[in-house]
Design a protein. Structure first.
Length: 202
């Protein structure tokens, strides 16, 4: 069931957190409950690489190194995606924004449409656990050296977004160092939804 769709309300949510925190794992479940699409910039970029498109050729080596794709290029990707018809009731952004300029781009997109974010969910997990999970996942960019670089980039470029969204009263912190279903329950609780197992979440 989709809460936003059911109630006729919209939901615009950002999932924030270090690489491997479980944003992608939670995004689909939460988006389905809210009745909005989960938009993962990481998945979109990986699909472009797999398809060998112009975008894919431009981002392939950047992603493989653990660096972030250029803000201007990401702005084009996201601007086009959130203009698609399936976003009428909102969307859940997984992995965007990742820098302060990206947060400003998103603010501009929202303001231009007369919209606002409802919440930013920060999923946090200690660094050793992040490395352990990524090594288990074994994606192409999940080599220890690349993971450490992604974590360094996260601290430098993405962590400042925590203060940015806290100042705006949007930040909700979720302990991501729990089993997957517990993390899901805690996220549902932020929106006053039960955990789908007959009990109240949280
Ligand atoms: P992403 O695809 O966003 O990947 P991620 O941050 O590494 O993973 P996520 O947090 O979603 O973790 P997951 O659920 O998979 O980014 C990849 C790259 O794309 C970036 O490095 C960058 O180059 C580029 N990119 C993307 N967006 C960009 C942007 N906006 N700007 C610039 N560049 C951008 O979980 C990880 C593992 O943990 C899984 O194996 C999962 O099964 C496991 N797991 C999840 N939850 C768990 C739990 N509770 N307990 C135990 N294990 C768990």
């Amino acid at each position: 069931m989709g809460a936003a769709a059911e109630s006729g309300q919209s939901a615009r949510i950002v999932l924030l957190g270090p690489p491997g925190a479980g944003k992608g794992t939670q995004a689909q479940l939460l988006a389905a409950r809210l009745g909005v699409p989960a938009i993962s910039t990481g998945d979109m970029l990986r699909a472009a690489v797999a398809a060998g498109s112009e975008l894919g050729r431009r981002v392939d080596s950047v992603m493989a190194s653990g660096a972030l794709v250029d803000d201007a290029l990401m702005a084009e990707v996201v601007r086009e995606r959130v203009a698609q018809p399936d976003t009428g009731k909102g969307y859940l952004l997984d992995g965007y924004p990742r820098t302060l300029p990206q947060a400003e781009t998103l603010a501009g997109i929202l303001a231009g449409a007369g919209q606002a974010l409802d919440a930013v969910l920060l999923v946090d997990v200690p660094e050793d656990e992040l490395v352990r999970r990524a090594l288990l996942r074994g994606r192409g960019d999940d080599k220890e050296e690349v993971i450490r670089e992604r974590l360094r980039v996260y601290r430098e470029k993405t962590e400042p977004l925590i203060g940015y969204y806290r100042e705006r009263g949007l930040l909700r912190e979720i302990d991501g160092n729990r089993p997957v279903d517990e993390v899901t329950s805690r996220m549902f609780a932020v929106f006053g939804m039960d955990d789908g197992n007959g009990g109240a979440a949280g």
